[in-house]
Design a protein around this ligand. Sequence first.
Ligand code: ADP
Ligand code: ADP
Length: 232
Amino acid sequence: MILKVSNLEKTYKSTVSFRALKDINMEVYEGEFIAIMGPSGSGKSTFLNTISTIDKPSGGSVLIAGKNPYKMNDNQLSAFRRTELGFVFQQFNLINTLTVGENIILPLTLSNIPLKEMNKKLENISKFLGIDHILNKRTYEISGGQSQRVAIARAVINNPSILLADEPTGNLDSKSAKDVMRLFKKLNDSLKVTIIMVTHDPNIAASSDRTYIIKDGSIYQQIIDKGDKRAY
Ligand code: ADP
Ligand code: ADP
């Protein structure tokens, strides 16, 4: 099991206290493609943020690859994020003073990986994602679809245990969205990347293995879409 979420709670305490996540339980196995759906404001982003160590839960526990990130100190946590988790968002969050290639290897430059190995990884992942011809371009010279491919390459170049995506096609036209979804499928099928993706799009959710519907901070329903990899 790559992710075990038990009795997860999140309460925001501002002027009034708001219980955004209520007793969430979820088990995800290696290589699964999980979609998270639900109405706006139901807690999808909060869920992704709490399991991804961005936002501290108010209760319950999160185990990623058997480790509890919330028991780590700041140094351990940032190393853990860098090596175990990959993030893709609706906004591509690329750094526009760097080239495409420099953006992709950014997570590696923080590790002590030899330059030659770094370039090899860059070459492999950019070929796999069909962006090896734009590595020297600036981020403002490429399209939205290409930008999201670059963000995906950056997210997976460290071979993370889980790829977390929050509305990754939300800023794309429908053709680019389809292209990007094909790439997520390819990453899942060929490289066995475990994916947890928040999406509004039922077509996208249908290409996952399982879909969880969140309503009012609780898991309302679980749908088996493609087949249950947990049996293996
Ligand atoms: P979704 O991603 O499903 O649209 P969110 O997780 O962003 O939903 O938000 C769930 C609920 O929690 C919403 O009612 C939102 O207003 C509230 N919320 C989110 N972040 C905060 C915060 N930092 N402080 C207070 N309330 C928040
Ligand atoms: P999304 O649905 O994609 O999460 P939102 O507009 O709901 O987008 O939230 C964007 C950001 O604002 C999130 O980081 C969330 O935590 C924060 N946020 C949302 N609602 C509130 C709120 N009521 N108070 C403070 N922060 C909030």
